[in-house]
Ligand binder design. Sequence first.
Ligand code: NAD
Ligand code: DAU
Length: 336
Amino acid sequence: MRLLVTGGAGFIGTNFIHHILEKYPDYKIINLDKLTYAGNLENLKTIEGHENYEFVKGDICDEALVNELVKRVDAIVHFAAESHVDRSIMGAAEFIRTNVMGTHVLLDAAVKNNKKRFHHVSTDEVFGSLSPDDKPFDENTVYAPRNPYSASKAASDHLVRSYFNTYKLPITITNCSNNYGPWQFPEKIIPLFLTNLHEGKKVPVYGDGMQIRDWIHTGDHNRGVDLVLHKGREGETYCLGGGNEIPNIELTRKLLAIMGKGEENIEYVIDRPGHDRRYCISIKKINSELGWHPEYDFEKGLRHTVDWYLANKEWWQRVKSGDYQKYYQEQYIDRK
Ligand code: NAD
Ligand code: DAU
């Protein structure tokens, strides 16, 4: 199979590309990534020059480029997005452009070129926020996004489904909960807190810290995407979650304990505007149809992730200092 992976230099896309090249030695991957602040080619150093891997720096909103690349593959796995809620609150324009308009460009190219599969990677945030006693989100939950990021992802999900209904494009969608694992950009809570603690800085807990997230290791998420890409029914959505609901303050205490730090390192800061209180998602459908379930135990997965960040200090230090952005220049432009 030849795959066009969008956003493959970001956190989950990077993990996905490594997973696919290891599991399917004869698959070919084209990674289309704009290299925004979230894209980091250092994540993919070990596969540079791999005969089945090609990197293309470009924008999913670029119609001509997308068309040319889509022609060369069998299927599209679409990760590229602006993904950070706090940034969407500071300014939503890039979120609408990439997440909505970029998805539209990819969908049109897929229809035009009769693609066998368009897999769209989405989020549980499209369902809104749960109260403590609400039942988990599932595939039938009504969409109720509450911040510009989740609204833009919701719009993209609707567009993707409309292309199945209108043009019979063979789409699938996965809506997943909060991911953690290697190569996550240190603006998201787990890597931000880990790296801050390592640097002797405090960790900023928003509001009362009682917001709940359902954590999943990115390896489990990507096994789910792989399974749906190959075996999911056309036109269907599958929800993925880790079954690890935990309030932010408890997660923070776990990280403090692993890092051998005390509560004095917590700084309660002003809450995120419109902060969603609780996410929790049911995996009944993908479990009963495709047999998927998360394999990582949360405690072990978290320790494993901490170990990864400690062993890869140079990686995140280069991200935090901004030096990682010189890598493309040095490796790709200067070499040409
Ligand atoms: P990320 O921010 O780490 O990476 C996004 C990647 O997309 C980056 O490499 C960036 O350069 C690229 N990109 C951004 N705009 C682009 C454009 N216009 N053209 C081409 N490339 C562009 O994001 P992530 O956390 O890896 O998330 C990947 C996908 O998974 C997103 O669609 C996100 O909504 C979804 N998702 C994320 C989570 C999570 O917990 N992180 C959970 C569920 C779903
Ligand atoms: O649920 C899936 C979503 O999870 C994905 O779609 C998003 O792309 C991804 O960014 C993530 O969104 P969250 O907003 O839940 O993740 P974040 O790591 O930004 O925040 C997790 C929780 O921690 C949230 O309740 C806000 C809180 N938080 C976050 C940061 C960065 C803090 O208390 N302090 C912080 O400094």
